[in-house]
Design a protein around this ligand. Structure first.
Ligand code: UFG
Length: 318
């Protein structure tokens, strides 16, 4: 297929672009490089350095068969301090993209949604039927886009899939996490091991979990890429599907630190700080729906393996 990948210069978008190219697709990456890196765009893809708001001419020229939409602002903390940026880039930008799709007669889309649409869960593992009560603007903005897609499917015949990612980690195709402002646990632990930081602060050790630290569901970015390839042809016109994507197994912050120590051989000094606002005790996905509908199954379920892939790719970067 001829594809547009928005955000293809970012972590997940670049890995999925590499997987799409390997699968024989033709890819144009649409990315304004505000947080992405031009050198992360895999060889073989064309880069259009424009924002979502200005996506019309690119879609008119490429006439894609489908769009994979990763481009977004995605930091929970920043979304609380500057909600206007999140409504503007994520929601207004997505609206511009969807209108550009209609103008180019393209109606197939896979969208990067998030576990943050659920907020504090009543029960884990979290199923797609769970109430959506986001606790931050980031999650609210992604939920708004999910709602937009449902209405575009009904009114305009879009064939859409929202993939609700849990904690994406690891590396694939030589591409890993490389954020200007790093807030995620695994890369921070590895930055300590690499000597780029002194220590790691565990945000809260008084949660109602076995070791007192938060439990999260870490899904390997390569498994996530597989899910995008399966999702792309799946929906019919007029259909908007929603799938959770996680391993279905939770690991605590302490277990992640232990895995990073094992992989790197570094002691990774830790201090315990207060809880971070808005962090639920446990976020673990039920991925039963995508397993049943699309036959997706994660291949990398071992935490040490996920952390090792991230570490080896980080070490290989200049
Ligand atoms: N954590 C620490 N110390 C750190 C960084 C993180 O203890 O220095 C803890 C957090 O408190 C949390 C866990 O590690 O319990 C994971 O935190 P991350 O920052 O790695 O991930 P988030 O939970 O903030 O965010 C992720 C995704 C979001 C998504 C969200 C769903 O990155 O896109 O999960 O709630 F919205």
């Amino acid at each position: 297929m001829r594809l547009i990948v928005t955000g293809g210069a970012g972590y997940i978008g670049s890995v999925v672009t590499a997987a799409l190219l390997a699968d024989g697709h033709e890819v144009t990456v649409l990315d304004d490089l505000s947080t992405g890196h031009a050198d992360a765009v895999p060889d073989g893809a064309t880069l259009a350095d424009v924002s979502l708001h200005d996506s019309g001419p690119v879609l008119a020229e490429v006439r894609p068969d489908a769009v994979l939409h990763f481009a977004a602002k995605s930091l929970v903390g920043a979304s609380q301090q500057h909600p206007e940026d999140y409504w503007h880039t994520n929601v207004v930008g997505s609206l511009a993209l969807f209108e550009a799709m209609r103008a180019a007669d393209c109606r197939r889309i896979v969208f990067s949604s998030t576990a943050a649409t659920y907020g504090e869960p009543d029960a884990v593992p979290i199923r797609e039927e769970a109430p959506t009560r986001p606790t931050n603007t980031y999650g609210a903005s992604k939920l708004a886009i999910d709602h937009m897609l449902t209405s575009y499917a009904v009114a305009h015949g879009f064939a859409a899939v929202s993939l609700r990612y849990f904690h994406v980690a690891g590396a694939a195709h030589g591409l890993g996490e490389r954020h200007g402002t790093e807030t995620h646990l695994i890369p921070i632990a590895l930055q300590v091991a690499a000597g780029q930081r002194e220590s790691l602060t565990v945000f809260g050790q008084d949660y109602p979990t076995p070791d007192g630290t938060c439990i999260r569901d870490y899904v390997h970015v390569g498994d996530l890429a597989d899910a995008h390839l399966l999702a792309l042809p799946a929906p019919a016109a007029g259909e908007h599907r929603i799938y959770n994507l996680g391993n279905g197994t939770g690991f605590s912050v302490q277990e992640v630190v232990d895995a990073a120590r094992e992989v790197t051989g570094h002691p990774i000094p830790v201090q315990v700080g207060p809880r971070r606002a808005g962090d639920p005790a446990q976020l673990v996905a039920s991925s039963d729906r995508i397993r049943a509908d699309l036959g997706w199954a994660p291949r990398h379920t071992d935490l040490v393996g996920i952390v090792r892939d991230a570490w080896e790719t980080m070490r290989a970067q200049p």
